[in-house]
Each structure stands twice: as structure tokens, then as C-alpha cells.
Design a protein around this ligand. Structure first.
Ligand code: SDX
Length: 393
């Protein structure tokens, strides 16, 4: 503490705002969106219903929900010029990088998103466009990465079915989204929809606090989510589990690596800044993994390795002492894989789910009239000194 500045790396003990959207209790493993327990929403709601709840504060009436879905379905197409952006990316460009720049460039096509007066009509239109177009951008970045023809959205499908249709259908054959897959995806998107002041949501807020438009603010959120300590963990978990499988499935060896004092291996999918007992989302996803793989008749050897790793970790004092339990990213990749989603797309799936949370928090920050985010620092550099001409250095 120096003078009036309190230094708090990673904001571990700092509240950056007040919010009415998501409530977390890290000790009791509680997660609620606008007061509704995640367990109920994941089981009973549709993703767009939860998006409406998070963004506008209440569950929609039937009329409101039909109007909201209708507004979104009429914006699922992206401007044809955006295909040129996709063509410019080299093969193997990570879809998170593609998504971030494509989302940011949406503001080029829709100037009302940059209206400094932020009229409600323009904000709502921007919200509808973003919810509608991110699935298309995500699916198209996947198709381009395989140099397959992109598939245009078909508005006869609902939100998740349309995404699956754009991801997996080919012009050469009939394709109908599997209802089991669509239902599992709906649940996963709900489980990711918001999580109070996580790294990416805080990023969206601070970028939006400068009056940057919603597309630019959400693009910043996508880039923050990309990191392996945050949303990128779901891809890193599967890569880790695959390495353990290739290494003979010896989970004890990997647990020992995580406890190595010299060079500790970070077990991806374990630990959380807030949840110190269990992540309620991981509990739901672990159960869903069994259900979905069973329904789809998929046997994935890494699921057994994941369960073994979890069991060993939960009995190990090192992990228990540090409150290291599986988080939302630990099992989600196993389901995405069973749904046929490629590993490099896992974090994009997280972004699809988190989009309503980013939007809701950006909107709340504006409605709260919050000032531009500008934290201070504790200076630890050189004292005053005079310039030395280069010939004397
Ligand atoms: C998400 O914030 C959110 O809400 C995020 C999220 C959301 O919905 O938005 O929930 C989504 O990002 C989930 C987290 C996904 N990330 C991972 O799974 C990556 C692995 N986990 C970590 O890197 C870590 O646990 C964090 C980043 C999640 C939390 O880090 P903290 O709170 O800053 O904790 P820390 O790094 O200070 O670790 C505390 C101790 C340390 O040991 P000591 O120095 O005290 O001896 O626990 C150890 C760490 O070394 N530790 C781990 C570990 N995570 C922390 N040791 C082994 N494996 C791990 N995964």
C-alpha cells in the first residue's frame, strides 16, 4: 500500500463494478443468472431465452420471445463482402483470431452501431445482429479452414440447429441436424452464457467504457477468451488428455508433474478464481457427457482418463488444499468432440455461449453510466535522471 493506491494483481480482491446479472457463490458452488439457478435454466430453457434474460433482465413472455427470435433470424446472413476477409486468412488460421477480427469489422457495415448517442433502437438492432451473425461467422471460419464451401443459414432452423446446419452440411447431400446434438449444444451454450467479472467480460466492459461500439468491445472479449488460462482451456484440456492417453493413460504421473516444485505442470481444466469447492457447471457437464456419448453411441477413451484424473486429484491433498477442482472447461471439450466439433473450434463454442453475457454486461455498464475504466499503478521505475547524448552512453 503506498499512499492511496491499493495494489491488487489480477484484481483478486477488487470489485470493478456492481451488476444485477450473475450471482456466484464460490464456496457453495452457486451460479444464478438474474436469480434463476443455472441447474434449472440448463435443464428447462432455450439458449435464446436465457440470452434475453441476461440482456434485458427478465425471462421473455411468449410474445417477447417470438419477437426476439424473429428479429435475430432476419440477421443471420453476413454481408457478402465479409467472404473476402475469410479468403485472406492463411490455411490453419485459428478461428478465434478470425472471429475476433470479423466481429470487429461488423461495425464497418453497420454505422448505427457507432452512434455516440446510443439510441435504444440502434443498440437493440446491434444486439440482434451480433447474436444472429456470430454463429454464421463461426461456422464460415470453420468451413474456410477446410476450404469447403460455406453454407448459408437456413431460417427454418432454430438457433442451435442453424449453427449445426452451417457447420456440417455439404451442398452435395441432404443434412438434418440431430435433435440430440442440438439439445446438448443448447445446454452447453446456456452453461457458458455469463460468469460475472471474468477476464473476458471485464475486457468487454473496459473497452466499452471508452464508448467503443459493441462489436469492437465484444471482439476484445473474444481475444481475451482465447487465452489458455480462460476459454482457451477447453481446447488445452483435450490436448492434455490426448497426451496422457498417448503416454499410456498414467494419470498418477501427470498429477505428480502438476505438483513438481521446480516446474509445475498446470492441469488444464482444474482450478478457478472463484469456485473453491466445485464449479456447478462442471457437475452438469460431466453428467451431460455421459448422457450425450451414450445417446450418440460414442466411446471416447479420454472420458475415462478425465474421470480418473478428476478422482486422483480430488483425493490428493495438494489439489484439495488449493481448491483445485474441475471447472467448466474440463469436460466440455469431450462433449464438443462427440458432437463432431473440431478441437480448434472449442473456444469459439465458448464465445458463442458467452456472447449474451458480454452483451448484457456492456449494456448494463452503459445504463449504469459508468466512467471510463482507468486504474492507477504503484510506480517502481527509475528516479528522475537527465538525458545522456548517445555519444556518451
Ligand atoms: C474459465 O473467471 C471465470 O469465471 C472464468 C470462467 C468463466 O466462465 O468465464 O470460469 C472460465 O476460464 C475457467 C478456467 C479455465 N482455465 C484453466 O482450466 C487453466 C488451468 N487453471 C488455472 O490456470 C487457474 O486455476 C486459474 C487461472 C483458473 C485460476 O487462477 P488463480 O485464481 O489466479 O490461481 P493461481 O494461479 O494463483 O493458483 C493458486 C495455486 C497456485 O499454487 P501455489 O503458487 O499457491 O503453490 O494453485 C495452483 C497454482 O500453481 N494452480 C494449479 C492450477 N491452477 C492453479 N496447479 C495445477 N494445475 C492447475 N490447473
Amino acid at each position: 500500500q503506498t499512499g492511496y493506491i491499493t495494489l491488487d494483481y489480477g484484481f483478486k480482491n477488487t470489485g470493478s463494478t456492481s451488476s444485477a446479472i450473475t450471482f456466484l457463490d464460490g464456496e457453495k458452488g452457486i451460479l444464478r443468472y438474474r436469480g434463476y439457478p443455472i441447474e434449472q435454466l440448463a435443464e428447462k430453457a432455450e439458449f435464446l431465452e436465457v440470452a434475453f434474460l441476461i440482456i434485458y433482465g427478465e425471462l421473455p413472455t411468449k410474445e417477447e420471445y417470438e419477437e426476439f427470435k424473429d428479429a435475430i433470424v432476419h440477421h443471420t446472413l453476413v454481408h457478402e463482402d465479409m467472404k473476402h476477409f475469410l479468403e485472406a486468412y492463411p490455411r490453419g488460421a485459428h478461428p478465434m483470431g478470425v472471429a475476433a477480427s470479423m466481429v470487429c469489422s461488423l461495425s464497418t457495415f453497420y454505422p448505427e452501431s457507432q452512434d455516440p448517442n446510443r439510441p435504444k433502437k440502434a443498440i437493440d438492432l446491434t444486439i440482434h445482429r451480433l447474436l444472429a451473425k456470430l454463429p454464421t461467422i463461426a461456422a464460415w471460419s470453420h468451413k474456410f479452414s477446410k476450404r469447403h464451401p460455406v453454407v448459408y443459414p437456413n431460417n427454418k432452423y432454430d438457433y442451435t440447429e442453424n449453427f449445426l446446419y452451417m457447420m456440417f452440411s455439404m451442398p452435395t447431400e441432404e443434412y438434418e441436424p440431430d435433435p440430440v446434438v442440438a439439445k446438448a449444444l443448447n445446454k452447453l451454450l446456456i452453461l457458458h452464457a455469463d460468469h460475472e467479472q471474468n477476464c473476458s467480460a471485464s475486457t468487454v466492459r473496459i473497452v466499452g467504457s471508452s464508448q467503443a461500439n459493441l462489436y469492437a468491445s465484444v471482439a476484445a472479449g473474444v481475444t481475451a477468451l482465447w487465452g489458455p488460462l480462460h476459454g482457451g482451456a477447453n481446447q488445452a484440456v483435450i490436448e492434455m488428455l490426448e497426451n496422457i492417453r498417448k503416454d499410456g493413460g498414467d494419470t498418477d504421473k501427470w498429477i505428480a508433474k502438476a505438483k513438481d516444485k521446480e516446474d509445475p505442470f498446470r492441469l488444464m481444466g482444474f482450478g478457478h478464481r472463484v469456485y473453491k469447492n466445485f464449479d456447478p457447471r462442471a457437475t452438469i457437464i460431466k453428467k451431460a457427457a455421459d448422457d450425450v456419448l451414450d445417446k450418440l453411441g460414442v466411446v471416447d477413451p479420454v472420458l475415462d482418463i478425465a474421470k480418473k484424473l478428476e478422482k486422483v486429484a480430488l483425493e490428493d491433498e495438494y489439489f484439495v488444499k488449493r481448491g483445485l477442482y474441475p471447472n467448466v472447461d474440463f469436460y466440455s471439450g469431450i462433449i464438443y468432440r462427440a458432437l463432431g466439433i473440431p478441437t480448434e473450434m472449442f473456444t469459439v463454442m465458448f464465445a458463442l455461449g458467452r456472447l449474451p453475457g458480454w452483451i448484457g454486461q456492456w449494456k448494463e455498464m452503459i445504463e449504469n453510466g459508468e466512467p471510463i475504466g482507468r486504474p492507477r499503478q504503484v510506480y517502481k521505475g527509475a528516479n528522475k535522471r537527465d538525458y545522456v547524448p548517445i555519444e556518451n552512453r
